[in-house]
Design a protein around this ligand. Structure first.
Ligand code: PLP
Ligand code: ZN
Length: 420
């Protein structure tokens, strides 16, 4: 792996070898992968990427693991959709949706898990484990099954039914914990020292796992013809994805695939019921105050976000913004995206779209910007969030008389021009 030179503490900059380490043993700061960008710049090119697989692995030069046979269900290379109908409703100009609902298990977590389990297997781990708000659970269980690894997945007991079934079906060990995500995560951190032979993707191999999120930025740039957007809207749970999206654009400029003057504003999206980062941003504070989550956006319900401070820093450094939205606004966001663009997102996607709408209304996202919104999970995962909000238009008998008695669809205005 001559393109990775090791790990480095994000706080004190001490260096470590590229092993299963995640905290600095001097200052307890989190570690980050260090690359040899000169080496990468010599081997990577737009052509070499274009010749690669239609997955995140086309960017293997900028991922922290060398493996010609990665743990791969086909994560990444998801559509970037031009969203003109949504843009015109929001008063925006060039708007794109990064549709990560199209991933193998229906969320962006497949990107991070594919990288994490590839590295874990290489390091000799036989068991893949994680603490999850749901989507990570789905993805770890699926990728472990495909790799022939055992999995141990811990989730809070109150997750959406689809996420529970979609984890259990892959046949690993699924543990439902009577507590919220922050309780589950703490338990996992304790288990990591009790079971050192397990690869906890978001604990002891988090340093590698987190790098997978950079591929969102890589794909957006490639899909825009190797240009950066002006502004991206990213949902924030632990804050890892947001920091890595920012890092991804910066790396492309470093290795010569984007203009060296590239500047991408990165804005964060949270649910009001769990908004420690948005709150710190609004209060111009450096301290992320932990909260007890209470929101339908369960995949973002992390009250004490591991990368919260780094996300806040990335937002401020890029001149971005951070907002939060209520559960009702999240549902409106899901419905708005579905009816304008034909994309059905889970609650985290509703958070992104509702925050986009809010930032467009305040002028923090401008009509002269090229904007990309990250829609990170599929709506079938969280259907309960919409029960009571959407239903059949009418219920009829199988006769024309009943159809016409219950519905009035003959007016031409119902077709084409009606914005609903
Ligand atoms: C986990 C998750 C996020 C948040 O990612 P973080 O790296 O935890 O900030 C966003 N959207 C979906 C669908 C997720 O599952
Ligand atoms: Zn340190």
């Amino acid at each position: 792996m001559d393109h990775v030179s090791g790990l480095r503490c994000r706080e004190c900059s001490r260096e470590f070898p590229a092993e299963a380490l995640h905290v600095c043993d001097y200052c307890f700061g989190p570690l980050e992968v260090v690359y040899d960008y000169d080496e990468i710049a010599r081997s990577i090119s737009k052509e070499s990427i274009a010749d690669g697989p239609r997955s995140i692995w086309r960017y293997h030069d900028l991922l922290p693991v060398d493996d010609s046979n990665p743990v791969d269900l086909g994560a990444g290379f998801t559509p970037l959709v031009r969203a003109d109908r949504l843009a015109s409703e929001l008063g925006l100009g060039e708007l794109w949706i990064k549709d990560d609902t199209a991933n193998p298990t229906g969320s962006f977590k497949d990107r991070v898990v594919s990288v994490a389990l590839t590295k874990a297997r290489q390091l000799g781990f036989k068991v893949a484990a994680c603490a999850s708000t749901g989507n990570l659970a789905n993805s770890v269980a699926a990728h472990a099954a495909a790799a022939g690894m055992d999995s141990v997945v811990l989730i809070p007991h109150d997750l959406e039914e689809a996420k529970v079934i979609m984890t259990a079906v892959y046949g690993g060990t699924l543990v439902s914990v009577k507590g919220n995500y922050d309780d589950v995560n703490r338990l996992c951190a304790e288990l990591t020292s009790e079971y050192p032979s397990w690869a906890f993707v978001n604990v002891n191999i988090r340093t590698y796992y987190a790098e997978g999120s950079k591929t969102l930025a890589f794909e957006v740039a490639e899909q825009l013809g190797w240009e950066a957007p002006d502004h991206v809207i990213v949902p924030v749970g632990s804050g890892s994805q947001l920091t890595k999206v920012a890092k991804g654009f910066a790396e492309l400029a470093t290795v010569g695939l984007l203009d060296p003057d590239t500047h991408v504003r990165v804005s964060g999206a949270q649910a009001k019921g769990c908004s420690p980062v948005a709150t710190a941003f609004a209060e111009r504070s450096d301290a992320i105050r932990p909260v007890k989550p209470q929101t339908i956006a369960k995949s973002l319900a992390i009250g004490n976000p591991a990368d919260g401070w780094y996300a806040l820093d990335a937002i401020r450094n890029s001149n971005g913004s951070c907002e939060s939205v209520t559960d009702d606004e999240i549902i409106d966001g899901i419905r708005l995206l579905a009816r304008t663009e034909g994309i059905f997102a889970e609650t985290a996607g509703g958070v992104t779209i509702a925050v986009l709408a809010k930032l467009a209304a305040t002028g923090a996202v401008r009509p002269d910007e090229r904007v990309v919104a990250m829609v990170t999970g599929h709506g079938l995962k969280t259907v309960e969030a919409l029960s009571g909000s959407v239903a059949p238009t009418a219920t009829v008998l199988p006769t024309i008389d009943s159809f016409e008695a219950e519905l009035d669809l003959r007016e031409p205005a119902r077709h084409g021009t009606d914005k609903s």
